[in-house]
Each structure stands twice: as structure tokens, then as C-alpha cells.
Design a protein around this ligand. Structure first.
Ligand code: GLU
Length: 352
């Protein structure tokens, strides 16, 4: 691992932030202390924090989980300023100022808004202020939702071009079995291949370990790692965990960075939603997959959905398997009369 990480994104989830009668102030203090310490070492830090909905639930003494999307959105609107007030107080103890950034998937999909967000982060670094990011839950409905803060953290790391992403959770890292149930569960030290990890670990049991929580984290970590950002999943309950990670004390599970994806490929694969689906025949599949060719209209058997030039589409094999995502060079209604490559080789990202 690189010795000196300059720009670091830290993600904390609701489980760590939940206190008995509200937000866990001790945990918020701990995070503020650790991130302030990093800042005083000359590092630039970003915090991705959940806790808005949770904060709303606690403030209103809600006895049940919010049912509808609207109820959750209202609770996040109530809880977000509460959360930020607690962070403001905690960071002020160390003389640090914070800023709030709320994002939706729309903000990342739009190239302009992505650039604006990136510029704002850069200005905040220059102003010596710590950005605290959450999803803009009050306006996030299905189509524009990132959905979870693990993926949000991965995307934010890409936006700010982070040198390291630390995802804090309630276990010491990724285990081959649920460590809360199995005494012989072994920690995975290093991950370089997500398929390999899936074979070694039991992610689909009935426990909380398998119900999406840990797997979502693994997938999100892998996304950032494929963009060349090392990711560490570690235990947020441990004292000075962030400082220890940076002092090279082997902590948590490390996802090795790979230089697999360019910015454009990351966007196509993980940020853009396909506007349409294109089914191709065996010949085209072979040409694209094995012969390094672009996709020509003659190999297309069927299209679904409406798309325009520049949209992202998914390409499927005859038996319905998603082969790749790519940027289309024509509109869905004139694809038959188009006589050039409709998805250029350079605009394709293959799905493993
Ligand atoms: N944005 C949500 C909140 O602040 C949390 C989402 C998540 O933890 O994945 O309440």
C-alpha cells in the first residue's frame, strides 16, 4: 500500500450512529476527533454519514419504523439538521468547520452536476473545511436514488479522486461466515477478486451478515477498488481505528486497488441507468466479445425501450444474459437505417 494517503473518504453507517435515545454522541465525538487528527497531519478528509432518518426517528420518538417513502423522506428532513448540528459541535471542539453536501444519483449522472460537485469539494478542501455527505433523501425516489451510503461513498471517492476509502462497520472486516454466529469465522485480510470472495464467503445466510448489509458493502468497495482506489472495511467501534489504519496496523479487510476502469467506464457501469436494452445475435456476440469489434446494427435482433444518441444501453445475448453496457450512437427509432457502429468499442464496458 502507498505510504501517504492524502485524500481520504470515511463512511459511517446508521448502526454505528445509533444511540439509546438519539444519535450516539460518543461515536460522533470519536469520528470528529479522528478526522480532525488526520486533518492536522495535512490530510484532506471527507465524511460520508448516514443517520438522517435515524435522527428523525429519535427526535420524534417514533416507536415504529417509517412505512412509506414519504414518511422516510420527512424523517430525513427532520434528522439531517439534527445530525449536522451534532457534527458541528463535535468538530468545533477541535477547531474544525464542516460543510454539508447532499447528493442524489441524478447529480452524479449529469456530467455538469458531477463537475459542479467535484469543484465544490475542491473549494472546500482549499477552505480547510470538512465536507460531510449524505444522500439527499428528501428528494430521492426510486429512479434517482443511489439507495445506500456504501455505494454513495464509493461514488464520492471517485468524484473527489480519493487515495483511500475507509468504510466503518460493526465487525472487524469481511468474514467467511457471520462472526456473530460462528466462533470459527475467519477474517478475509485482502480481496482482489470479488468472485473468489463470493466462493469463500457465505453471504446468503439468513443472518444480518447475509441480508444485504455486508454484501452491499463488498460490492461498493469493489467498485471503488476497480477505479484504482484502495478500500478498507473495518470496525468503527474500535478505538482510534482510522488512525491505526493509517499507521499501517493491519486492520480490517483491504480491497486491493486495480486500474481496471477509466472514469468513463466507471460512469457507464456503475452510475448510468440503461435507457434501453439491445438483444444481439450469436455472430455479433462473438465479434464483440472475442474479436474486439464494435457493435453494428446488422447484429441486432431486438431493441427494448426508447433511447437517444449518447444514452447508456445494456446489450444482451440471445439467451438474455447482459454482456455489456455502452453508449449508443443513434436513436432507438433510427437504429435500422443507421449504417455505422451503433456502439463503438471505446464506449463499451463488459460485464464479467
Ligand atoms: N441516507 C440514509 C440516512 O441518512 C442512510 C442510507 C444508508 O445508511 O445506507 O438516513
Amino acid at each position: 500500500m502507498k505510504e501517504s494517503f492524502k485524500r481520504i473518504v470515511v463512511k459511517v453507517g446508521s448502526q454505528l450512529l445509533a444511540g439509546e435515545n438519539g444519535l450516539n454522541k460518543n461515536f460522533i465525538d470519536k469520528i470528529a476527533y479522528e478526522l480532525s487528527a488526520l486533518k492536522s497531519q495535512g490530510k484532506e478528509v471527507v465524511l460520508v454519514s448516514s443517520g438522517a432518518v435515524l435522527g428523525g426517528i429519535k427526535l420524534l420518538s417514533f416507536k415504529r419504523k417509517p412505512k412509506s417513502i414519504q414518511e422516510k423522506q420527512a424523517l430525513s428532513a427532520i434528522g439531517q439538521p439534527y445530525l449536522m448540528t451534532e457534527y458541528t459541535k463535535a468538530f468545533a471542539k477541535h477547531g474544525e468547520k464542516i460543510a454539508q453536501i447532499l447528493l442524489t444519483a441524478e447529480d452524479l449522472r449529469s456530467k455538469e452536476r458531477f463537475t459542479h460537485a467535484k469543484n465544490t469539494f475542491n473549494s472546500l478542501f482549499k477552505l480547510n473545511v470538512i465536507p460531510i455527505v449524505n444522500e439527499n433523501d428528501t428528494v430521492s425516489v426510486e429512479e434517482i436514488k443511489i439507495g445506500d451510503n456504501d455505494n454513495l461513498a464509493a461514488h464520492v471517492s471517485v468524484v473527489v479522486e480519493a487515495d483511500l476509502l475507509i468504510m466503518l462497520t460493526t465487525t472487524d472486516g469481511i468474514f467467511d461466515k457471520d462472526p456473530n454466529i460462528f466462533k470459527d469465522a475467519k477474517k478475509v485480510e485482502v480481496v482482489s477478486d470479488i468472485n473468489q470472495l463470493q466462493l469463500t464467503c457465505n453471504f446468503d445466510g439468513k443472518s444480518s451478515f447475509g441480508t444485504g448489509g455486508m454484501w452491499t458493502k463488498v460490492e461498493a468497495a469493489f467498485k471503488a477498488a476497480r477505479k484504482g482506489i484502495p478500500v478498507i472495511i473495518a470496525n468503527g467501534k474500535e478505538e482510534e481505528i482510522i488512525l491505526n489504519i493509517l499507521n499501517e496496523r493491519n486492520k480490517g479487510t483491504l480491497f486491493l486497488p486495480k486500474k481496471e476502469l477509466r472514469a468513463k467506464s466507471y460512469r457507464i457501469l456503475y452510475i448510468e441507468e440503461p435507457k434501453g436494452y439491445i438483444l444481439i445475435d450469436k455472430g455479433a456476440e462473438d465479434a464483440v466479445l472475442n474479436k474486439g469489434k464494435s457493435l453494428l446494427p446488422k447484429g441486432i435482433k431486438e431493441i427494448r425501450g426508447e433511447f437517444k444518441k449518447g444514452d447508456t444501453v445494456a446489450v444482451l445475448s440471445e439467451n438474455g444474459k447482459i454482456l455489456l453496457k455502452g453508449i449508443i450512437r443513434c436513436n432507438s427509432n433510427d437504429i435500422n437505417s443507421f449504417n455505422k457502429e451503433c456502439i463503438h468499442r471505446n464506449d463499451m464496458v463488459f460485464i464479467d
